[in-house]
Design a protein around this ligand. Structure first.
Ligand code: IPM
Ligand code: MG
Length: 368
């Protein structure tokens, strides 16, 4: 049997630096655990625009469709702010999500013990927090038609359309219920059924799927604004949250910051199973390209490394190896290693991006 294949798209800003550390981890699994991946690398985002005039070349898109999993760093930067909308770096990422049909975006918000002081909330509100946001990723207002900026009389009108079909809602609801069964068996669905028809349909379909297939899971519903409030008030009431594309974008940033460590959080974007049974999949850190610190060795590689752990778990059925990597990360944090984003008042001097990567490799070695 051939090795599992990975396409690495480091992207822009700190993407290449953090991905270099993930490469060390991938190498470690090949050397020490006999888990050898066929790795190829390509461009996405601003760097792809610089070379090809498009944020995602068709050849790269085709490669992404063929591999077992895609690992992405980050896209974007001030250099590209004035580009035409159709070729902005973000369009490359959105094209990958849409054409691979990665409809379920898993965004865990987990508070690491060693970092519970970093949250802007009180320690007892966040300590031990472990929630999973499942964001619908390929539909809703991000992709709905009609869209555009049109002229009406002598003023311009900006238009976007929130649109969801029953099947789009049902499939992401199933992803959320399946995950909940492996966690604490609770799903909270968030929409705005009080003002949006798409929200009414969302609530109906989630309820139908629940009654027909998942009545063993506890289901609740919240308006997304109240959900934001509850997330800051007492986030530990939640296990899995399922919500649409735009609300999920907002709520996942909010949830990420609760943990005090945006630089730590991974994500998985999953689609339907391929012929080999693996889901179409793309893994990426929740953080962006952080152009202000790019190229300085200051970036925290942990979110990207934990995204690879999610790949081990969700694409390669290696939950035990994912646990090993997550424990290695926890160990390094417990030992007091901190990249610059995680420095508190203690006056510890920060380690560089590559020192953090090396320490995690050493912690992996110590597990053998
Ligand atoms: C995210 C980002 C993206 C989004 C951008 C970069 C297009 O904010 O992944 O959350 O809005 O989905
Ligand atoms: Mg976002």
């Amino acid at each position: 049997m051939s090795n599992p294949s990975l396409l690495i798209l480091p992207g822009d800003g700190i993407g290449p630096e953090v991905m270099a550390e993930v490469r060390k981890i991938i190498g470690w699994y090949g050397d020490k655990r006999g888990l050898v991946f066929d790795v190829s690398e390509d461009l996405v985002g601003g760097c792809a625009y610089d070379k090809h005039g498009t944020p995602l070349h068709d050849d790269t898109m085709a490669k992404a469709q063929e591999v077992d999993a895609v690992l992405l760093g980050a896209v974007g930067g001030p250099k590209y702010d004035n580009l035409d909308f159709s070729v902005k770096p973000e369009r490359g990422l959105l094209r990958l999500r849409k054409e691979m049909d990665l409809y379920a975006n898993l965004r865990p918000a987990q508070c690491f013990d060693a970092l519970s002081d970093f949250s802007s909330l009180k320690k007892d509100v966040v300590a031990g927090l472990d929630i999973m946001i499942v964001r619908e990723l390929t539909s809703g207002v991000y992709f709905g038609e009609p869209r555009g900026i049109i002229k009406e009389g002598n003023e311009r009108v900006g238009i976007n359309t929130q649109r969801y079909t029953e099947s789009e809602i049902a499939r992401v609801a199933r992803s959320a219920f399946e995950l909940a069964r492996k966690r604490n068996n609770k799903v909270c669905s968030m929409e705005k059924a009080n003002v949006m028809e798409s929200g009414i349909l969302w609530r109906d379909v989630v309820t139908e799927v629940h009654q027909a297939e998942y009545s063993d899971v506890e289901l609740s519903h919240m308006y997304a604004d109240a959900g934001a409030m509850q997330l800051t008030r007492w986030p530990k009431q939640f296990d899995v949250i399922v919500t649409d594309n735009l609300f999920g974008d907002l709520l996942s940033d909010l949830a990420a910051m609760l943990t005090g460590s945006l630089g730590m959080l991974p994500s998985a974007s999953l689609g339907a199973p391929m012929e080999n049974g693996r889901p179409k999949a793309l893994y990426e850190p929740v953080h962006g390209s952080a152009p202000d610190i790019a190229g300085q060795g200051k970036a925290n590689p942990i979110a990207c490394i934990l995204s690879f752990a999610m790949a081990l778990r969700y694409s390669f059925d290696k939950g035990d190896e994912a646990d090993r990597l997550e424990k290695a990360v926890e160990k390094v944090l417990a030992d007091g290693l901190r990249t610059a984003d995680l420095l508190g008042a203690e006056g510890v001097s920060p380690v560089s991006t590559s020192e953090m990567g090396d320490a995690i490799v050493a912690a992996l070695d110590a597990t053998l």
